[in-house]
Write a protein that binds this ligand. Sequence first.
Ligand code: C5P
Length: 242
Amino acid sequence: MHPPTHVKDRLIVALDVETLADAERMIDRLQGLVTRFKIGSQLFTAAGPGAVEAIQKRGAEVFLDLKFHDIPNTVAGAAREATRMGVLMFNVHASGGHAMMAAAAEGAATAARELGGRRPIVLAVTVLTSLDRAALGRELGVADSVEGHVLHLAGLAAAAGLDGCVASPNEIGALRTGRGPGWVIVTPGVRPAGSALGDQSRIATPGAAAAAGAHYLVVGRPITAAPDPAAAAEAVLREMGA
Ligand code: C5P
């Protein structure tokens, strides 16, 4: 898969807000500038499919970031529903294994065929950025390095028919080399030069993440918590294009 041609379509704004009304206000403030929004477990738990519709009604696309992780049959069902909602992309945990990921890809493909619509981009979540080498070893019993395990899980995801993965700025280079140009890489932890880090530790500027080979960048608080979100989004887009 190729990255979108227009820089604008490579920016995904994370709507980590409490209510549908908050989400709608933010989408309206970014209208015309931002074409993709991410709905995570907070907003989806609060507002459900209405949050997806609010974005689509305004002509924008949805990354449904619910990180499905369950038995294959259940994940296939969730993948079908995400596809029926018409989202652009959704994700599953690679640690659910080959059968679970393959069920997600097939569930999405089946629903898309039934609808005569497009199959969403199906992404893997590899190693959560909140886990470091010590937690991977001591808590999860994984002997590999973080990068080694990320590459292993990305390979498993590719073999199961997934399109790409979510990856921190630190991992973009190795994944691009290992998985080739068509592998979709979606990168959070993006911070414009001079902005607050929040709780992100593995970060990159928009320009660096785009240049390293991320197809899509996910940016939340640097835009949504800015005094002028539209101006902040414009600045991020300028940095991405530069
Ligand atoms: O506000 P901020 O720019 O940090 O938002 C980043 C978004 O990307 C959040 O919705 C967060 O859940 C998500 N994310 C992340 N790190 C990952 C995976 C997802 O920050 N490894």
